[in-house]
Design a binder for this molecule. Structure first.
Ligand code: FAD
Length: 320
């Protein structure tokens, strides 16, 4: 059967939201291939994640609990994904286009002798199954056909909605039969712990640019984000200037976000920045230059000094 296998992502015992749009992509693909959507959860203590993901209109969830999968290593995850794909007869293997997905799926593709599409934003049948993906910071949309029997796809999760919840699917233990690799060893995982939501999962993102002029001035961005329960982002110029940490970067070479509400504060709106946020549902731009390109994509624009507007807006919102 031409099934679709989704590799689930989870952190601290919780399903990561990026898995859900990947399931929607898989459902759309399975509707074209006539197959089922299966989900693979690798880890150690994944029962709760498996039960959660089973609610999202999939046919079956396969979960592996093993010390070998306690911490992510491409050397263990790739062979396990390959084994699961072969066991369920998957002709499409999909994962979010995240750091993990981009790391592990090329290995999976090589092992399965499969063609790969990165950053798929659509799947459709046009005399054969085809995928659409952006190039050149989203300026070009290409249509890609993969001619190998198995296709491996990373999914740009901002382009798919989360699926509706439904009846829980069957959840089954999966034994990858793998021992710890002798050529790679997990050393440590430095996780940035924050009270704020994860940038790619947040409903509200407040991002600051080089116009803020210093790292200290990012405090007003954080205050606005915290007032709205949002995440904080930054342009590459702000990151390169040392005003914001690297993991806040949004854009072509940073994270891709599509929150309900995106604030671009003192960000000019370069094409490389837009590539990471123009899918946001509502965009608010605050910039002192009325001709800044960010206003071309903004739903609401405030022309003025961010140092006056942002604190005033934060105070007003606190009063609501
Ligand atoms: P600037 O372009 O310097 O804009 C600052 C803005 O702040 C201006 O519009 C100014 O009017 C405004 N401003 C100044 N003072 C105030 C004030 N007091 N109140 C209000 N507004 C004010 N960029 C990214 O963001 N993400 C990426 O992933 C990325 N990847 C890249 C990849 C490549 C290969 C290349 C070549 C570039 C990439 N860039 C990326 C860089 C991009 O081209 C821009 O240089 C960058 O986005 C500019 O950041 P900025 O808007 O913060 O700074």
């Amino acid at each position: 059967m031409a099934n679709v296998l989704v590799v689930a992502e989870h952190l601290d015992g919780k399903l990561r939201k990026v898995t859900l749009p990947t399931i929607t992509f898989a459902q759309q693909t399975a509707a074209l291939t006539g197959g089922e959507v299966h989900v693979l959860v690798l880890g150690n203590g994944t029962d709760a994640v498996a039960a959660e993901v089973a609610k999202y209109g999939v046919s079956k969830v396969h979960f592996a609990n093993s010390p070998v999968f306690e911490n992510y290593l491409a050397e263990t995850y790739a062979p396990a994904i390959v084994k699961a794909a072969q066991a369920i007869g998957a002709t499409v293997v999909a994962a979010p286009s995240s750091t993990t997905g981009k790391d592990v799926l090329p290995r999976v593709a090589a092992k399965l002798d499969a063609g790969m599409v990165s950053d798929a934003i659509a799947v459709f049948d046009d005399g054969g199954i085809k995928f659409r993906r952006p190039l050149w910071a989203g300026n070009v949309l290409t249509t890609v056909e993969v001619v190998t029997p198995v296709k491996v796809i990373t999914v740009r999760t901002t382009d798919f909605e989360a699926p509706a919840e439904g009846d829980a699917a069957a959840v089954e233990a999966f034994d990858a039969g793998l021992a710890a690799p002798d050529n790679a060893e997990f050393v440590s995982f430095d996780q940035v712990k924050s009270e704020r939501p994860e940038l790619t999962d947040a409903a509200v993102v407040v991002a600051g640019g080089r116009g803020l002029k210093s790292g200290e001035n990012f405090q007003m961005i954080m205050n606005l984000a915290d007032t709205l329960g949002g995440a904080v982002g930054a342009s590459r110029a702000a990151v390169d200037s040392g005003y914001a940490p690297n993991d806040w970067q949004i854009g072509q070479t940073g994270k891709v976000v599509a929150p309900d509400l995106y604030f671009a504060v003192a960000i000019s709106g370069a094409i490389q920045h837009l590539a990471g946020m123009k899918g946001s549902k509502t965009i608010v731009a605050i910039n002192k230059d009325a001709d800044a390109p960010i206003f071309q994509v903004a739903d609401f624009g405030l022309v003025g000094d961010a140092f006056e507007i942002v604190p005033a807006l934060t105070e007003k919102l606190k009063g609501i």
